[in-house]
Write a protein that binds this ligand. Structure first.
Ligand SMILES: Nc1nc2c(ncn2[C@@H]2O[C@H](COP(=O)(O)OP(=O)(O)OP(=O)(O)O)[C@@H](O)[C@H]2O)c(=O)[nH]1
Ligand SMILES: [Mg+2]
Length: 220
């Protein structure tokens, strides 16, 4: 029998346009970040097995909000408070889209940079990159921000279904080699929200970081 998905029942909590609007930093958080259109929302939805949890967009980069989702506490632990949450998943605004005013770019840097560098309860960062266009300048920037505070970081190479197996595997090895060369300890996997390839592993990494029951903390 398949183990129950620890993210079942995850629900939308709130959107924050500024860091001051974030809830108190008492619960563990895992954030999803990446180039706009990389597949962040699709990955979040697949991990939570909830098709419409995070909005999948046709027009990339329009919203500059931090969206937070609550992962429910296991029923046994929640006891009399069935709405209690164990941690949060955080969908950060995407980067790298063309045609946005300088002010929007600056705001993105303040919002996402501030969150990734300073959020005390952030346990790990999932960085999503289209497997056909990995490691852009802003991807490296994200990896530097997380590296600067020794934050665990795991890369999902998304839209794996767009490449044949050989090309996808070559892309994976190429990204791993570049990270190794840069002295980075970041882990990488292939992922597809369409075929669900890599979903179980990604879920285990996130669950491990959040300390959810039954998942080894070192997953990944
Ligand atoms: N083929 C394929 N398409 C995907 C996959 N994941 C996402 N997409 C498509 O890519 C587009 C963007 O997906 P989103 O999940 O909205 O990406 P996002 O990173 O959240 O985008 P923004 O929130 O705008 O930054 C949508 O049209 C998705 O259907 C995948 O694994 N395979
Ligand atoms: Mg999105």
């Amino acid at each position: 029998m398949q183990a129950p998905n620890p993210f079942a029942g995850t629900r939308f909590l709130l959107s924050a346009a500024q860091l001051t609007q974030l809830p108190a930093d008492t619960l563990p958080e895992v954030a999803f970040v990446g180039r706009s259109n990389a597949g962040k929302s699709s990955a979040l939805n697949l991990i939570c097995a909830h098709k419409q949890l995070a909005r999948v967009s046709k027009t990339p980069g329009r919203t500059q909000l931090i969206n937070l989702f609550g992962v429910p506490l296991e029923r046994a632990a929640a006891g009399d408070t069935p709405d209690a949450i164990a941690g949060r998943l955080v969908d950060l605004p995407g980067y790298g889209f063309a045609d946005v005013p300088q002010a929007v770019r600056r705001n993105w840097g303040l919002l996402v940079g501030g969150y990734v560098e300073k959020r005390a309860n952030l346990r790990g960062l999932i960085v999503l990159m289209d497997i056909r266009h990995p490691l852009t300048d802003l991807d490296w920037q994200m990896l530097r921000w997380s590296g600067a505070r020794n934050l665990p970081c795991h890369v999902l190479l998304t839209k794996d279904d767009k490449l044949g197996h050989g090309a996808a595997q070559a892309a994976l090895l190429g990204v791993r080699a570049q990270l190794r060369e840069a002295g980075s300890a970041v882990t990488v996997q292939r992922f597809s929200a369409h075929t669900r390839a890599g979903a179980d592993h990604a879920r285990a990494v996130v669950a491990g970081w959040l300390g959810l029951a039954g998942v080894p903390a070192s997953a990944g």
